[in-house]
Design a protein around this ligand. Structure first.
Ligand code: TYM
Length: 347
């Protein structure tokens, strides 16, 4: 059941359309999706329902979905080989979320690190969606019976929760779901902010100098790297006492495909500014093809909408197979074909 029609293992992952894709998203997730889609069956979603958990701008939301999709295509997601779609266009995500919400416990949701971070200071007025956010994420993956979830380190706890929900459901109602595993990469799974290496690089950060955007032009990118904080001393080396250099060396090593040790050797005795200049050059060249493809793709909005419409049709058909079993197992009954609204044509 965890196998796609053509025998490839199914993977699911998602990305929020809020804010532009940064180097952390790219190295921790998107770059790996592109590699993994060669030997696996990838289902990738721009998760716009998740974006409603924090205040949003209705006039911009769909544009953000289209932009994010264009970036995924520019990065190399192949919509013929993988399924690429917007979450809100497949109603089963919201339906399964409700069923799983009724199995989830307040205590386990309150324990989520992201809930604690996002609700800090909000007291009782924190949105209920911030609490139930990981249940929607569980529905995303379980709907497709995906075996693997390629994500960055920060998503591990959410994957643990979806495993618990899948096991709880299966124990009560029969083996409907595949229990998925987190696939966290070895390198680049946790890229830190350029201006504060104790914090992860994050879309929601209001400080532009904290993150490198995949779409940053070369001069902006070079400036950001030049202004990145460093540690005391002059040696270009990684270590617990050098969190900023460790982060920059990690970025360099993933981008160039060389080990940190090799870079330490290359930059021995050369000081921080030499190192930063070389790093900026490497990152600029690494991102250049993605940025250039993105600029072409994003100009053709209609084509992106077509990709999303086709992706939603494929995703909805796959999701429906699971929903038939969920409805039967829980006693909600038979899902009538008429009940499933057709995916609207976009354009
Ligand atoms: P999001 O949109 O915050 O991030 C998308 C992906 O990027 C990874 N990531 C990072 N990796 C390394 N270093 C960083 N600094 C960094 N920041 C982000 C994230 O781990 C993620 O893989 N809740 C998810 C979206 C989601 C999802 C899902 C993921 C919704 N449904 C189902 C997997 C499966 C999120 O907000 O990711």
């Amino acid at each position: 059941m965890d196998r796609a029609e053509d025998g490839r293992t199914r993977l699911f992952s998602g990305i929020q359309p809020t804010g532009e894709i940064h180097l952390g998203n790219y190295l921790g997730a998107v770059r790996r999706w592109v590699e993994l889609q060669r030997d696996h069956f990838g289902i990738f979603s721009v998760v716009d329902l998740h974006a409603l958990t924090l205040p949003w701008d209705p006039a911009r939301l769909r544009d953000q979905v289209v932009d994010t999709t264009a970036l995924l295509l520019a990065a190399g997601i192949d919509p013929e080989r993988s399924v690429l779609f917007a979450q809100s266009e497949v109603p089963a995500h919201a339906e399964l979320t409700w069923v799983l919400t009724c199995l989830a416990r307040m205590g386990e949701l309150r324990r989520m690190i992201q809930f604690k971070e996002k609700s800090r200071g909000a007291g009782e007025s924190v949105g209920a969606g911030v609490l139930t956010y990981p249940v929607l994420q569980a529905a995303d993956v379980l709907l497709y019976r995906a075996a693997g979830v390629p994500v960055g380190e920060d998503q591990r706890q959410h994957i643990e929760l979806m495993r618990d929900l899948a096991e709880r459901f299966n124990a009560s109602f029969g083996p409907v779901f595949v229990v998925p595993e987190a696939w966290v990469g070895e390198a680049g799974a946790r890229i830190m902010a350029l201006d504060d290496p104790t914090e992860k690089m994050s879309k929601s950060s209001p400080r532009p100098g904290s993150k490198i955007l995949v779409t940053d032009p070369p001069d902006v990118l070079a400036r950001k790297i030049r202004s990145a904080v460093t540690d005391s001393g002059r040696d270009v080396r990684a270590g617990a006492d050098k969190p900023a250099l460790t982060n920059l060396l990690t970025i360099y090593s993933v981008v160039e495909g060389v080990t940190v040790t090799e870079l330490e050797r290359r930059f021995a005795g050369r000081g921080y500014s030499d190192f930063k200049a070389a790093l900026a050059e490497a990152v600029i060249e690494f991102l250049r093809p993605v940025r250039e493809r993105y600029e072409v793709l994003v100009a053709d909005r209609a084509r992106i909408e077509d990709v999303l419409a086709a992706g939603a049709r494929r995703a909805a058909a796959m999701a429906e197979e699971t929903m038939v079993d969920v409805w039967a197992a829980t006693g909600l009954g038979r899902r009538r074909p008429a009940y499933v609204a057709p995916v609207p044509e976009l354009g």
